[in-house]
Design a protein. Structure first.
Length: 167
């Protein structure tokens, strides 16, 4: 499975890692795994062809802002261990791009389209009470400019290519 992701700045990844320590028995993301999924792209595709298609479709898309605003959770994950505690991300442009990409890549049921929740996962599974306490905590917002998107290979757990966005 490939996905189009927003790389997060080190300040966001560091915050997620620090917060994950507060959820006993949870599976946290390791260094380099913190990303923000913009759109799942499917599987069995040629990465060069997929990247070319994305570059063509995103041609002229300017860089945009994204902002981590708080901590929330999914009680039941669509897949994988539950619950999932995450950093909530606000970005009108991110949502607009997601909607545009639905015209080209079909939505994954329950996760995209109307169900799309921009977020950076802190941890999965673990102690529900600790996660609930964590979601009550306030954090300082972190804002960054998205200048690049990455095509991520879920099987390998790493970026396969990238698309730059003009400033």
């Amino acid at each position: 499975m490939y996905s189009l992701n927003v790389p997060v700045p080190s300040s966001v990844a560091r915050l997620a890692s620090e917060l994950a320590r507060e959820v006993p028995r949870a599976r946290e993301r390791t260094r380099g795994e913190h990303t923000l999924v913009l759109k799942r792209l499917g599987q069995d595709r040629s990465v060069p062809r997929l990247t070319a298609r994305l570059r063509e479709y995103l041609d002229g898309q300017p860089a945009f802002e994204a902002r981590v605003t708080g901590i929330d959770h999914f009680a039941e994950a669509t897949s994988g261990p539950s619950p999932v505690v995450y950093l909530a991300v606000e970005s009108p442009e991110l949502r607009r791009i997601h909607e545009r990409l639905l015209e080209v890549f079909p939505p994954v049921e329950g996760m995209e389209g109307d169900g799309y929740v921009p977020h950076v996962t802190i941890a999965r599974g673990g102690d529900r009470e600790s996660m609930a306490r964590l979601t009550e905590r306030s954090i300082e917002p972190i804002t960054w400019t998205v200048t690049r998107l990455t095509v991520r290979d879920a099987r390998r757990g790493e970026p396969a290519s990238s698309v730059s966005l003009p400033a």
